[in-house]
Design a protein around this ligand. Structure first.
Ligand SMILES: [Zn+2]
Length: 268
């Protein structure tokens, strides 16, 4: 699944490739990909692509008056060619650009979604702060966690207070903060919240910086294969020694997600 840094890379790549273009025509091959599709085509066509932003793991393409909101979910990806015909059965939406190129949305599992909105803040009002938002402070996080009865992992995945963390980075943040992902967030001390806050910012900014350095390799085929992000310290390292203490990393399930833990460093 693309995580925040990969989504950021897709946004920057799209910006590099199609800024100032507009869509002349749209083929919707799979209507279920698009939410509320009545006005989709009329709001998308013949409007210059003016801005390229990311909010959480959503891609926001600013057209005049409205925003095209895209979530890649598990397998969504874009690529560009010059054929407006459907290249394969996994392509669900094809956008014809005014310079003759065609931007295709491909998604083998069809979990991705797009919609057009004229009020993007309202559409994404369920999202919490970005990790680099100046309002995302230790005090804000501590206040948000107080009295909550949920596990640390479920909280980090929920997107409601801090957005953009998926399964991989949630494991990394818990490990680097030396906290068990099943810890109840309402019981965290100020020092523990400080550690979580610090690691969220470090993990995501490092991963984005690494993703950004590989933008050039994505300009021909924008698919995202594999993970180019920072060296993972715990995720996907089951039965390998912990880099801090040497105990073997274990894989378990927390918040219904495969979760990697060093039970020696991350005590409950
Ligand atoms: Zn350890």
């Amino acid at each position: 699944m693309p995580e925040l840094p990969e989504v950021e890379t897709v946004v920057r790549t799209l910006e590099a490739l199609i800024t100032g273009c507009s869509f002349n025509d749209v083929h919707i091959h799979t209507p279920s990909i698009i939410n509320h599709n009545e006005s989709f085509v009329s709001l998308v066509i013949n409007r210059p692509l003016q801005s390229f932003k990311r909010r959480g793991k959503y891609i926001l393409l600013g057209l005049d008056e409205s925003t095209l909101v895209i979530h890649l979910r598990m397998e969504g990806r874009f690529f560009i060619n010059h054929e407006f015909s459907r290249p394969n059965k996994h392509v669900h939406v094809s956008f014809k650009l005014n310079d003759g190129r065609v931007l295709h949305y491909q998604d083998t599992r069809k979990f991705g979604r797009m919609l057009i909105t004229q009020d993007v803040n309202h559409t994404l009002s369920h999202l919490g702060l970005e990790f680099d938002d100046p309002h995302f402070t230790v005090e804000y996080l501590f206040g948000a966690l107080k009295n909550k009865k949920t596990t640390l992992k479920a909280f980090l995945l929920s997107q409601s207070i801090i957005c953009g963390l998926g399964n991989i980075y949630t494991d990394e943040v818990c490990f680097r903060a030396r906290l068990h992902p099943e810890k109840n967030v309402g019981t965290l001390t100020m020092n523990e919240v400080k550690a979580i806050h610090r690691e969220i910012k470090l993990v995501l900014s490092e991963a984005i910086a690494l993703g950004g350095s590989s933008i050039r390799t994505y300009t021909n085929a924008m698919g995202i294969d594999g993970l180019f992000q920072l060296q993972l310290q715990v995720h996907m390292r089951a039965k390998q020694p912990c880099i801090a203490c040497g105990h073997l990393i274990e894989k378990t399930s927390v918040a219904n997600r495969g979760t990697y833990i060093c039970k020696h460093c991350q005590k409950r």
